[in-house]
Design a protein around this ligand. Sequence first.
Ligand SMILES: [Zn+2]
Length: 283
Amino acid sequence: MQMHPVVKDLIELHQLGLVKEEHRATNLSERVEHLNESMATLLGRLPADIEFLYRKMSDKGLSAVAPISNGICSGCGLNLPLSLIQAVRAEKDLHQCHNCARVLYYPEELPKRKKEPGRRVEQLQQRQSGMARFSSESLMIPGLRATDRDGVIREFAQKMAAEGLVDDAAKLAEQSLRREALATTAVENTLAFPHVRNVEGGGIAFALGTSRKGVKFGAPGRKLTRIVFFTVIPTVANAVYLQLLSGLTKTFSEAATREKILAADSPKKLWAALSRATKAVIR
Ligand SMILES: [Zn+2]
């Protein structure tokens, strides 16, 4: 299915805006300048009325584009008439929601949580405090097998699917790689935060993998990456994710803390080390 070029640009602008927020959360302010340039290029080729809409919405911290989900504008919740949904599906012209003015599009299918969550997932959702809100011992991978970025992402995606967090490992890996193509999620201090947004159902969940040897993940200065957090983020959880990201970046800026994580050689030890290290920042 071919997407309308303006819709494509708007989606990319929205995604780059999210990357900018991630960079701020991980103290990568020097990379924000580069993103601003890419965004200016995209903005410059939008039709004038759509550019105006984008600026108006983004001033309020809102997206100018909204996927149709179950016949509803996901931006404002309005029930859309069938004729409009069909017109959007045809992708010939731009169509805006009559209520919130967002440009509508028909989304591709994204990975979802499994319909019948496994035991571990239920436990995860019942817990209320600390790291246990977001992860568990069964999601720890001490000693990643893969040695390059794409392999590591596929290893994580398989883990997430095996633990019942998503229905489709291949789809999850593909989405994560697309996010990496936009801008690397590898940061300073041998950390990387690959992730997939807009996963339907459940809360934020991450797996942690380590590699003493290090993997090439596209970090600044081609440095190797040793500690990788792979996160699935539901549509409504962006603010919580940015807090988590900022907390983890801060925690692992300490070399001694990273050393403890890298020394853990079993899922049990890794989970214990992570819980101890993050006690003060993640409540
Ligand atoms: Zn709307």
